[in-house]
Design a protein around this ligand. Structure first.
Ligand code: CP
Ligand code: NVA
Length: 347
């Protein structure tokens, strides 16, 4: 349902915005015609979106700003040192004030409760740009990238740039991805949590290796949601990275030290010894010989070596490019379709 709809919409926006993805049509005389470049929906025309970021960001911020431009809207980047929130003003009052002038809030916060509070008091929709518990726009980019690369996992799916294959509108449509075994090795943080609640619903099995310490495993609030969505039966949790990569089609990891955990660096580096993603780990654990690799970035060498990260298995930059289109889809669906009239109606 909903996830597929967002992914399809993301790809639609990508294809509409990038000239080389325009559908090509074979004309009666045998020539190939490229349909005229279409303009994506201007659903943010005359709208302002607040990017309320109290942590650093490269991808999420650049994606948001460039995507809003294509939708005809404006963004306001409000970093933690720019505005009154948290220092001179409560989250509650800030939510009301910013939401009174903007048509959407994309917020990157520390504790997840902060974004809950923003959403409670904001008169306009609030979208999570990362919190302590969740990073929903990241997993959307992972999923779009899997669809675009479905041929890597399934030889019956035609390769999109196959020169011998006539491009048709139909061929350019996103292909279904066969059910995969997806392994996550590392710290149970925001990025993994959204994988746990999204991937099983798309038919994938998830295998996770985290050290055996409660603080490196999914917190109760996350696990409750996993169970509520019926995803738990498709998830294996182990402390052994070799066991986790068994049969893996895709291996994913994230930093061992998330933003805000810098003081724990020394302890974490010790506790995650043996969790680095390498060719050797995946060979010894019995991953699918064709396994592919993803990482949300930013990346440190400790969690994945250069051979994998910069090697042919890696889809990391395809994923980072796709942050733009999935965030654009969320902006269009959430902020673009919303206007002052809705607020009047809700009041
Ligand atoms: N993956 C991701 O969210 O990156 P940024 O922190 O740079 O936005
Ligand atoms: N888990 C990381 C993700 C960064 C995109 C963090 O929270 O810092």
């Amino acid at each position: 349902g909903q996830i597929q709809r967002i992914i399809a919409h993301s790809y639609h926006l990508k294809r509409t915005s990038l000239p080389w993805l325009q559908p090509q049509i074979r004309l009666g005389n045998g020539k190939i015609s490229t349909a005229k470049l279409r303009m994506p929906s201007q659903s943010l025309f005359n709208k302002s979106i607040a990017l309320l970021f109290n942590k650093r960001s490269t991808r999420t911020r650049v994606a948001a700003e460039t995507a809003a431009l294509l939708l005809g809207g404006q963004t306001l980047f409000l970093g933690k040192d720019d505005i009154q929130i948290g220092v001179n003003e409560t989250v509650r009052d800030s939510a009301r004030v910013i939401g009174g002038m903007c048509q959407g809030i994309f917020a990157r916060v520390g504790a997840h409760e902060e974004i809950e509070e923003l959403a409670r008091y904001s008169p306009v929709p609030v979208l999570n740009a990362l919190s302590s518990l969740w990073h929903p726009t990241q997993v959307l980019a992972d999923i779009l990238t899997l669809h675009e690369h479905a041929y890597l996992f399934d030889s019956s799916v035609p390769k999109p740039d196959d020169k011998n294959h006539l491009y048709t509108q139909r061929h350019r449509d996103l292909q279904p991805v066969r059910p995969l075994t997806i392994t996550y090795v590392g710290d149970s943080a925001n990025v993994l949590h959204d994988m746990l609640v999204a991937l099983p619903r798309l038919g994938h099995k998830v295998r996770v290796a985290c050290p055996e310490n409660d603080k490196y495993r999914p917190p109760q609030a996350v696990w409750d949601r996993v169970v509520e969505l019926g995803c738990d039966k498709d998830i294996l949790l182990t402390k052994d990275p070799r066991e986790a990569v068994h049969g893996a089609d895709l291996v994913v990891t994230d930093t061992w030290i998330s933003m805000g955990q810098e003081a724990e660096k020394e302890q974490r580096l010790k506790d995650f010894q043996g969790y680095q993603v390498t060719e050797q780990l995946c060979r010894e654990g019995g991953a699918n010989p064709d396994w592919k690799f993803m990482h949300c970035l930013p990346r440190k060498q400790q969690e994945v070596d250069d051979e994998v990260f910069y090697g042919p298995r890696s889809l990391v930059f395809q994923v980072s490019d796709n942050r733009k289109w999935t965030i654009m889809a969320m902006f269009d669906l959430l902020f673009g379709k919303w206007d002052l009239m809705d607020r009047e109606r809700e009041a």
